[in-house]
Design a protein around this ligand. Sequence first.
Ligand code: 5GP
Ligand code: MN
Length: 341
Amino acid sequence: MLHPSAPPETLAALSELLRIPCRVAITTHHNPDGDAIGSSLALARMLGKVGHTVHVVLPNPAPGNLRWMPGYAEALDHSTAPTACEEAIATADVLFCLDFNRADRVYGLETALRNAPVKVLIDHHRGPEGIFQIIFSDISASSTCQMVCDVITGLGLEELVDAEVANSLYAGIMTDSGSFRFSSTGPHTHRVAAFLLERGARPDRVHEAIMEDNTLDRLRLTGYALHERLQLLENGAATLISLSKEDLERFRFVPGDTEGLVNYGLTVRGVRIAAFLVERKDGIKISLRSKGNLPVNELVAAHFEGGGHANAAGGRSADTLQETEAKLIKELPGFLAKYPA
Ligand code: 5GP
Ligand code: MN
């Protein structure tokens, strides 16, 4: 089952590192998604089973629909317990970095992360920063959860995968692959999913827990965004949804409420790129999605301090919502012309 993304020599190095029980910290990116939380909690549970002392350290909490995952309640959150988080990283023999590959993605934990002497990367984003000692990096993988499953089997631990681990890993693969529909979904993605089902994952329950957990406020915010805030641009090739602080307040926004909203814009016939801008306390958050050969990670990297995948990327801006909108709208024609349909 092992995928080449878990190369034998890297696995051997990791195996050697974990040969005797040690202190492990596991961290992931700010605003953790299903892949971030699923991979962190699953790996933590697995390493706990083989005798390591493990702490999961999050830059900030997960949205409510991910908190059912086994081990979430024990995870440390830097936004509420900074000292405990920094201590867990400072005292760890090994720090696993999952589902991100640049130190600034962990926000307040950046210094603690940079100071950790032994960092193991398991991630599927482009261009890892040169700060990791053991590196599993595969941009073709659907998700970090898929890669963690390969690492687990590569270490010979598949018999220890229980239903809790299987559900967490399945959750991350499902969310990051858009329920097995994005182009990153390959035969190996389904092989890993099949293995997780054999180990007790319940796709019906995972899907319901994550996808059918809307509040009425969230559903109405979605309706409002689509009805009042969606603009069609570039002769129908682009959509843009912008939400201001006031928009969010009106629908009693909680983190996670706008997750996935950008994808609606991409479902409009003829649209090649969809943008979502949202006003946060610390500035404007930008999400871009595209179809086909339109590398939106290039656009955010060039103009909005971000990155990501070719068809899904994010970034930020310190300008106002209106200024950010204007800047994006100005860049669109040239970007679309550079990559004709
Ligand atoms: P989203 O739009 O869902 O926040 O993010 C889409 C993808 O873009 C994610 O997979 C993530 O890797 C990447 N991404 C989002 N925000 C940032 C950012 O601020 N910096 C970088 N480098 N990547 C980001
Ligand atoms: Mn991911």
